[in-house]
Design a protein around this ligand. Sequence first.
Ligand code: TRP
Length: 456
Amino acid sequence: MRSHFSSRLGFIMAAAGSAIGLGNIWKFPFEVGESGGAAFIIVYLFFCFVLCFPILVSEIAIGRRTQRNAYGAFKVLGFPRWAVIGLLQVVVSLFILSFYNVVAGWSFGYFIEMLIGNFAIGEQFPQYVQNIPRISVYSILFMVATGFIVAQGVSAGIEKYTKILMPVLIAIMLGLAGYALTLPGAGEGLSFYLVPDVSKINLDVIYNALGHAFFSLSLGLGGLMTYGSYLSKKDSILSSAVAVTVMDVLIAFMAGFMLFPFVFSQGLDAEGGPGLVFMALPAVFASLGTVWGTIIGSLFFLLLSFAALTSTVSILEVSVAYLKDEHQFSRFKAVILSATVIFLLGLPSMLGNGSSEFFTSFITYGGTTADFMTLISDLSSNTFLPLAGLLISLFVAYVWRPDQLIQELSSDGHYTIPNWVAIYLKIALRYVCPLILSLIFLFTVLEKFFGIQIIG
Ligand code: TRP
């Protein structure tokens, strides 16, 4: 018997926990900062609701219909050739988790630094990430915590812990955002964040916003397919999917309300890149004095670690479910094997932040030199996830058929799906997703590899 979430709320918490992660709190603000503020947000929201939502619904529905992992699902539906997508998803999930876990380990380490009042850590960030023995310990601890939750299974592990972690996370976040808004730089921060400069929109912004929408909603890796396979037949997929999407977008949005006032109150550079959270924030916390700085600072990095943990759990579950379903592994053995492989795959990402010259200037493409982590992140989230999304939309629209999707959404007739929803999903999956996703691909390949600029 396949285990299931005990309630719809359990599924929503687990899926929202998967979606809400480093992507919302660490990546979203720096992407916004690098892409000139609110313009990025508009493009991002468009992608979330118009392009990604139908794919999100499809992933959950395929999982629930087949009660299988991301690979097995396509076979059960009777299209074994399409299972290649699933296999790729399982492989890419290992790569994504390999670098994600490193950053999660940094966050956890920062939680400890804040607890002991070491606010100078922000300036020492470059040295911090090069201390490989220490970072390895943090990453291993994080992986052990992730494995501990996943090993206990769906309802006794994933559901139980996300149901505790998510409300705590939301409470900490509301508190921190409320506090940030009272700081002197808040107004300036908010206007950078909220007033769009449409002239900033170019192909890079569009490409990053697309990749980020997929990454943030946990699409294209079979994560939601796997979670969908644990959703009870009588629960509504559609309303759960709306709840997850709205929560994900709201939390990212709120992270900006917290971060930009912090950053501007210190006169720091909003375009700080990936280091924004790790380099800028400790100085902010230091300015609050030792007591408040310790409290707010450790709460913030605890928040970041919790957000990351509910996401790492969902990514690990992709390969665990695959090994269990397809290769008859016990859950425990599947966790051990996946976690070990992921940790080893993460070593080059860890070394590429200055410790090893080779992995630090690993490759030059599109005119810039990238370290190993940036390469993997760019290839997997910005390129592979939308590609998987494209394939899933084609699969549902032309192979599995939208009627089957609607049938599953209705829980075999238990719920009525409004006509306009059915039409919107059909049009999006048949035309809008394939068209927009392939155009963005084409333009990006032309620009990155052939230097031909179409937009911007
Ligand atoms: N969505 C998570 C975040 O924003 C990361 C994540 C979890 C993810 N599961 C995923 C990304 C599956 C891509 C695919 O941090």
